[in-house]
Design a protein around this ligand. Structure first.
Ligand code: AMP
Length: 395
């Protein structure tokens, strides 16, 4: 995969797939510009080289044209973030687009309309990809968040630029961070998996057992393991049909010499709310009517010790119901421990869904080495899949 840093874009028009799928409020203001910020360095590199940029992205999941999901709502925020003017073209395909592209001067930026106004984008239509490709001299993919999709703009288009397709800075950062966990991380490598269900993480567990030395399993999914081992889990969430699977994971870990750490104690609630009464119990001895909702103090200490010894750390999934303050201590403790290890030189990657929200909520974002921007793409990478958007840049 070639990086944009291996090329000068001087005098060239680059079509760049960015991920500007940002949240909007009712007035159509962007409420979180992280994804725009994340694409900034790639756009500026091309502009500073003396090239021009044709930005393309999706926003939401429109079924056909839908002005509520027009990229026109993003223009002000993009200009503010880039500190540059951009021109919005209210079309992806058509006369207006062709005219704008023809008149595009060096160091100028245009933004095309929402790619998903055309069903050809998600179906990966060859002709649609070809028309997009005809706009530019080279292709840059910086949309890690959609790299797991085989869409026209994320994968199919690349074949039209056999020698001029490049990975943007964000995409490279994401890929390199995952590689550090999967291939080149300094040992001991630790995986921390949490979240609600074992079933949604099983392929990840299966894949990372080959990569990690230690694995902490917390959150709701821990109870399926505890039940499988014969513990009383009260009314904690449990996937009863996955207990055999849980045992086979433990067995596999043993064979691969991976140490698995389950919580030893747990904070239980009598209700799934902040008003719940709470008790702390051994995890395999939860009374009837009580639900394990966070890891307890002994577990936090145990996990802290393991995290402290680790040189490479992957964190996916909260270890408790962190959305409720009463049950957020475990997840905060994991964040703190990872932050300390990172300060001491460990590499830490937080990725995939709710652990990213937790890290943001509790302000650990700047205290870990890298927070992935790609939910699904990150999870599929952890499952060991080669993402179509990445493969297309390599072929
Ligand atoms: P996931 O999307 O699978 O990573 O799951 C994230 C969700 O798991 C969060 O909304 C947490 O509230 C939830 N969760 C974590 N621990 C528990 C638990 N002990 N009981 C129920 N839900 C939990």
């Amino acid at each position: 995969m070639k990086s944009i840093d291996q090329h000068s874009f001087k005098g060239e028009k680059a079509i760049i797939r960015v991920d500007f799928n940002v949240p909007l409020d009712h007035q159509k203001n962007v409420t979180d510009n992280s994804r725009i910020e994340a694409a900034k360095s790639t756009i500026l590199k091309i502009i500073n080289d003396g090239g021009s940029c044709i930005l393309m992205s999706h926003l939401g999941r429109p079924k056909g044209e839908d002005q509520d999901l027009s990229l026109k709502h993003l223009v002000k925020e993009i200009e503010k973030t880039l500190e540059l003017e951009i021109t919005f073209v209210p079309q992806v395909i058509g006369e207006k687009t062709l005219k704008a592209i023809k008149g595009l001067q060096k160091k100028e930026i245009i933004l095309l309309e929402n790619l998903r106004f055309h069903s050809e984008e998600t179906s990966g239509d060859e002709n649609f990809a070809k028309r997009l490709a005809s706009y530019a001299d080279c292709y840059v993919n910086d949309a890690f968040g959609t790299a797991h999709r085989s869409h026209a703009s994320t994968a199919v288009i690349a074949k039209h630029f056999p020698n001029k397709k490049f990975a943007g800075h964000l995409l490279l950062k994401e890929v390199n961070s995952i590689q550090k966990i999967m291939d080149s991380g300094e040992k001991p490598v630790l995986g921390i998996l949490g979240g609600a269900k074992v079933s949604s993480k099983i392929t990840i567990i299966d894949n990372i057992l080959d990569k990690v030395d230690n694995l902490i399993i917390g959150g709701g999914m821990a109870f399926t393991f505890i039940k499988a081992l014969g513990g009383n889990i009260g009314k904690s969430i449990c996937e009863n049909d996955k207990t055999d699977l849980a045992l086979s994971i433990l067995e596999k870990a043993k064979q691969k010499k991976v140490s698995i750490y389950l919580p030893v104690d747990v904070v239980c609630g009598d209700d799934f709310s902040n008003e719940a009464n709470t008790i702390e119990k051994e995890i395999n001895n939860i009374p009837n009517g009580w639900e394990g909702m966070d890891v307890g103090p002994k577990s936090r200490k145990l996990f802290d010790k393991v995290i402290n010894q680790s040189k490479t750390i992957l964190w996916n999934g909260p270890v408790g119901v962190f959305e409720l303050e009463k049950f957020s201590k475990g997840t905060i403790a994991i964040g703190k421990s990872i932050a300390r290890s990172t300060r001491n030189g460990a590499f830490s990657l937080v990725g995939g869904g709710d652990s990213v929200s937790a890290v943001k909520k509790f302000n650990f974002e700047d205290k870990v080495s890298y927070v992935s921007t790609g939910g699904g793409a990150m999870l599929e990478s952890l499952e060991g899949k080669i993402l179509p958007g990445i493969k297309a840049l390599m072929d």
